[in-house]
Design a protein around this ligand. Structure first.
Ligand code: ADP
Length: 456
């Protein structure tokens, strides 16, 4: 069942205002009808007592001279609302009577003293006839309240009309009013979403007015500024640290490579190989971090040149096969010798990354298929493996910085930087990068490039 908590703030505001309006109008309407009915009854009592008084005064001589006919005539002249009327003598016996309809029986009940009461939709009025302080009799009138139902109906009609107009107005005003609260909130949510997706902390929420939402928006903007600053500091640190590590590491690698050529004996050669291997891994990481730092500071420059893409792919495959000879590579070219304009080194970096991932995430040795397809203005490269694959939910996330799939937990090392750098390189070339993958058939990584790229 839909609870009030599940409603959007916009709908909550609209319903709150409309319900308040219904409640207030309803209460006003009840008060209005009750007051009107009471007023009508008071007026009816006053006028009927006056009629009874006139009948009483006019009947004094009839009572004194025991002239029933004269008393009856007086009663017959009473107001049309009077349905029954009787004059009692001083002993309480009926002296004269009048009835408008035969159906309505006399229903006057003692005490026959000056009083009135409302019973069964009728007004009963009793008025003593007194002359010179002597009680001569009592006038009893039974009056129908025919106008009352008419008054109630009329008030209900007015009330219903007011309610419809009131609710419509409340709806319109509520819809206008909610905009002042829900629109800035929606704008805040949209900005948060955009920042989350793009990682661009330069985005700001517009701050309008001085209310709590404006305060929230302004605090949010301050927070974004702080995050941006601390990110800048972190990127600066990564940039400086990797730069400082690069030189000593290059020297270490140089000496290790020199040692490789020296006659060392079996065991020492093993140690040098291990050390060189680790130095290479460290160097890859430092280069990745340097690239990240360049990307973040907008300094990833491209050196666009004309080159043969197929040749480059073949070169990359042959490089990667050294040490991975057991992996069979299949090459499919639609138009062999495709020439493109791009940064050769950076595209090489992307292909090497795709190829080494295809090997890294295929624990069982299976074929790796590399396909190039050319269209009129673009060329697409795909590298298909039969490895562990990726769930659909991660197809976009793996191109984010430092993201590693939960499935890469198969004893592979990595930092989740390679694909992020690839995505940024392809983006800078105005190209596209994506993956098609599932956990059964493995993954196919694609990138598409415009054949001609201008120099950036
Ligand atoms: P790294 O390999 O260092 O973790 P990458 O950025 O190259 O970083 O890859 C990010 C993540 O994408 C990897 O951790 C892995 O989970 C997933 N991935 C990349 N290539 C493949 C592939 N061919 N098959 C399955 N998963 C892959």
């Amino acid at each position: 069942m839909l609870s009030i908590r599940d409603l959007s703030i916009k709908n909550k505001l609209i319903w709150m205002q409309v319900l308040t309006c219904i409640l207030v109008l309803g209460l006003c309407f009840v008060a209005f009808v009750v007051t009107d009915i009471r007023g009508y009854k008071e007026r009816k009592v006053t006028s009927t007592i006056a009629i009874a008084q006139v009948i009483g005064v006019n009947s004094i001589s009839a009572l004194q001279f025991l002239d029933n006919d004269a008393a009856k005539k007086i009663l017959q002249q009473s107001e049309p609302d009077v349905v029954n009327a009787i004059i009692l003598d001083k002993k309480g016996n009926i002296f004269a009577s009048y009835t408008k309809t035969q159906i309505s029986p006399y229903s006057f009940l003692p005490p026959f003293t000056d009083n009135y009461k409302f019973t069964d939709g009728f007004l009963y009025v009793y008025k003593n006839i007194i002359k010179d302080n002597e009680l001569l009799g009592t006038v009893c009138l039974k009056v129908e309240l025919s106008e009352l139902q008419g008054i109630i109906n009329q008030k209900i009609m007015i009330g219903a009309l007011l309610l419809i107009v009131g609710i419509t107005l409340a709806f319109v005003i509520a819809i206008i009013n909610q905009g002042y609260i829900s629109k800035p909130l929606i704008s805040l949510i949209t900005t948060i979403d955009t920042i989350r997706e793009s990682g661009d902390y330069d985005k700001h929420v517009p701050v309008k007015g001085k209310d709590e939402i404006a305060m929230l928006s302004s605090e949010f903007n301050n927070l974004m500024e702080q995050i941006k600053l601390s990110n800048q500091k972190k990127d600066e640190f990564i940039g400086i640290a990797s730069h400082e590590l690069k030189t000593p590491l290059t020297i270490i690698k140089g000496f290790l490579e020199m040692l490789e050529d020296v006659e060392l004996g079996e065991q020492n050669k093993f140690f040098v190989d291990r050390a060189l291997n680790s130095a290479n891994k460290l160097q890859d990481l430092i280069f990745d971090l340097l690239d990240v730092s360049k990307i973040e500071s907008g300094q990833l420059m491209l050196n666009i040149q004309e080159f043969n893409l197929d040749e480059l792919i073949d070169e990359c495959i042959s490089n990667i096969q050294t040490g991975n000879e057991k992996y069979p590579f299949i090459r499919i070219r639609e138009y062999p010798g495709q020439i493109i304009w791009a940064d050769r080194n950076r595209i090489e970096q992307v292909i090497i990354n795709f190829l080494s991932n295809a090997i890294k995430y295929s624990p069982e040795v299976r074929e790796i298929e590399v396909v190039t397809k050319s269209a009129k203005a673009t060329v697409t490269v795909s590298i298909k493996d039969q490895g562990i694959g990726l769930p659909k939910s991660e197809h976009e996330k793996i191109f984010e910085r430092f993201y590693r799939s939960t499935r890469s937990n198969i004893g592979t090392s990595g930092f989740g930087l390679g694909l992020y750098i690839c995505a940024q390189i392809i983006k800078r070339h105005n190209g596209k990068i994506w993956v098609e993958s599932d956990e059964v058939n493995g993954s196919t990584f694609y990138f598409e490039l415009p054949i001609k790229n201008k120099q950036y």
